[in-house]
Design a binder for this molecule. Structure first.
Ligand code: GLC
Ligand code: CA
Length: 565
């Protein structure tokens, strides 16, 4: 694999609204991020992706952009952004912006002009089509519920397409003028000094232009938008053009958010000549999903998590480096979702961190993950802000669930689980704000908080630091970054084991995912224990040599990284 500057980095996602509020208005902001750059540096972070900070009406929390060239006043000013870029650079941290170009906001001037003149040049920036006698052109369902078609206000029988909320009209990528507008905007930000982009929902830019019905998959008579995407061909032409015209001249770092793409084409996405540098590996996150909605999801076990990771890595590590996550702003907290109830402890959280960060790939942490933040308790649907959770709640009710039952069902998946404010300390609202937070802080902020974990040598936070440091370790870094990941005892229940086989050394990762101890026979001689989530103090790094075939006794939820030969 051709080496790239970002391969041995660790990346971190900031959800700016919930990270740190510097001026007491209850909303996190750019100055809050600047204040915490040293914290991120200390953690070992080399790349920071910031979810959208552009001007937005916040129907979908900034993923509805009304001006790509402006910072929303809630987050600060363009000067703050420039200062952030300069301060990050001093600390050798690359800043990655969110690129949301499948759609914009209905408040964007392009859409406002399209409204005035649907058949004019700006109308052609969107998908505006005639309905069938006042009914939508076809039966595709939007991700956030309802038809993808919304009547164009003020016109009879004209509709515009939105894959997400109706306030997020889709941009017409078939129009070369629109594409050029987007490339211009990308170059503008790269000129400013951003290192690259996380590219939002990008698979949606290519539609099946027949705009025809598909068989209904729910009682509402509609079909999922993704059914249509499977029939839309030619997206790679757009992506290649975007790379050539906008990213490549700046050597931009690009990471795609891609669901529902053709796995056979992986090489064209992240291979050496691929259109992106990396994409997120969502294999474990797709587990348990249902076409019917969140209410119908299945719980996921750590063994399924393991199998999904192995299956994905078996293919992808030959081609390029994907990014490993356990959570992000669209997913519940990983420790609440994947760990069995009895493993939702500090020890278990370190184990999950270890599996994720020792797997082949670019580790991508989400704010709060490094201290083991958990899902929130929702007492009523009134506490929910997220547009997607509200839609899924309604879907659950339509399928016969009571209000209370529906709340319990959707609470597990709610995107708000990850969006509660960052828990910095034991002050009111976890030190996130001196005002009223836009979304209430998780009630457990006294137990789970940064300041305490910085003090405690054996905290989850300090375990993350050790894992992150291994990527640049003089002796083991090469193996942790590039070593081949091969399953070890893949059929053992409640267990995850794998090798990382590098040029200089071989590591064996072992995770006992149950409360009871177990004995593992390690076929190779053990040279050293690199990491141990059960050690109290510096013992773990001690040399510990055993002969080949020796049994290793593991405690409940123990996680080990061994050097073997
Ligand atoms: C992506 C974002 C998500 C957003 C959606 C629409 O999936 O991560 O938060 O709602 O795109 O932009
Ligand atoms: Ca603020």
């Amino acid at each position: 694999m051709k080496k790239r500057w970002w391969h041995n980095k660790t990346a971190y996602q900031i959800y700016p609204k919930s990270f740190l509020d510097s001026n007491g208005d209850g909303i996190g902001d750019l100055r809050g991020i600047i204040e915490k750059l040293d914290y991120l540096k200390e953690l070992g972070i080399g790349i920071v992706w910031i979810s959208p900070v552009y001007q937005s009406p916040f129907v979908d929390q900034g993923y509805d952009i009304s001006d790509y060239y402006a910072i929303d006043p809630a987050f600060g000013t363009m000067e703050d952004m420039e200062e952030l870029l300069a301060e990050a650079k001093k600390r050798d941290i690359a800043i990655v912006m969110d690129l949301v170009v499948n759609h914009c906001s209905d408040q964007h001037e392009w859409f406002q002009k399209a409204l005035k003149d649907p058949f004019g040049p700006y109308g052609a920036y969107f998908y505006i089509r005639e309905g069938k006698d006042g009914r939508p052109p076809c039966n595709w369902r939007a991700y956030f519920g309802g038809s993808v078609w919304e009547p164009l206000p003020g016109y009879d029988n004209l509709f515009y397409l939105h894959m997400f909320a109706k306030e997020q009209p889709d941009l017409n990528w078939e129009n070369p003028k629109l594409r050029q507008e987007i490339y211009k905007m990308i170059r503008w930000w790269l000129e400013k000094g951003v290192a690259g982009f996380r590219i939002d929902a990008i698979i949606n830019i290519k539609k099946d232009l027949r705009f025809s019905d598909f068989p209904a998959d729910r009682e509402d008579g509609m079909c999922a938008g993704t059914t249509m995407l499977a029939c839309a061909h030619g997206i790679l032409d757009f992506l290649t053009e975007m790379k050539e015209e906008a990213f490549a001249p700046y050597h931009a770092f690009t990471i795609g958010e891609l669901f529902d793409f053709d796995q056979q084409e992986l090489k064209r996405y992240i291979g050496e000549e691929g259109c992106f540098e990396s994409i997120f590996d969502f294999a474990p996150h797709l587990l348990g999903g249902s076409d019917h909605g969140w209410y119908n999801r299945k719980p996921v076990t750590m063994d399924q998590f393991r199998d999904a990771v192995f299956e994905s890595k078996a293919i992808s590590q030959e081609i390029g480096m994907m990014a490993n996550i356990i959570e992000n702003h669209d997913e519940p907290r990983g420790v609440s979702r994947y760990l069995p109830a009895e493993g939702q402890t500090e020890r278990g959280k370190k184990l999950l961190a270890g599996i994720s960060l020792m797997s082949f790939g670019l580790p991508f942490l989400y704010q709060g993950q490094e201290i083991g933040m958990t899902n929130k308790m929702f007492h009523s649907i009134q506490e929910v802000d997220d547009i997607s959770t509200l839609d899924e709640y309604q879907t659950a009710q339509e399928h016969g669930y009571s209000n209370d039952e529906a709340l319990v069902l959707v609470a597990q998946m709610s995107r708000d689980n990850a969006r509660t404010p960052m828990q910095w300390n034991g002050e009111l609202h976890g030190g996130f704000t001196t005002g009223i937070p836009w979304l209430p802080v998780n009630e457990n902020y006294h137990q789970i908080r940064v300041d305490e974990q910085e003090r405690q040598e054996n905290s989850v936070l300090n375990f993350y630091k050790k894992l992150i440091a291994l990527r640049t370790d003089a002796v083991y870094g090469e193996t942790v970054v590039y070593g081949r990941q091969e399953p070890f005892l893949p059929d053992q229940p409640d267990f995850t084991g794998f090798y990382r086989k590098g040029r200089e050394n071989t590591l064996l990762v072992l995770a006992n995912i149950r409360e009871t101890p177990r004995t593992i026979e390690v076929p190779l001689a053990i040279k050293k224990v690199l990491l141990d989530n059960c050690s109290t103090g510096h013992k773990a790094e001690e040399t510990k040599e055993t002969a080949a075939g020796s049994p290793v006794c593991m405690q409940g939820f123990q996680f080990l990284v061994l050097e073997v030969f």
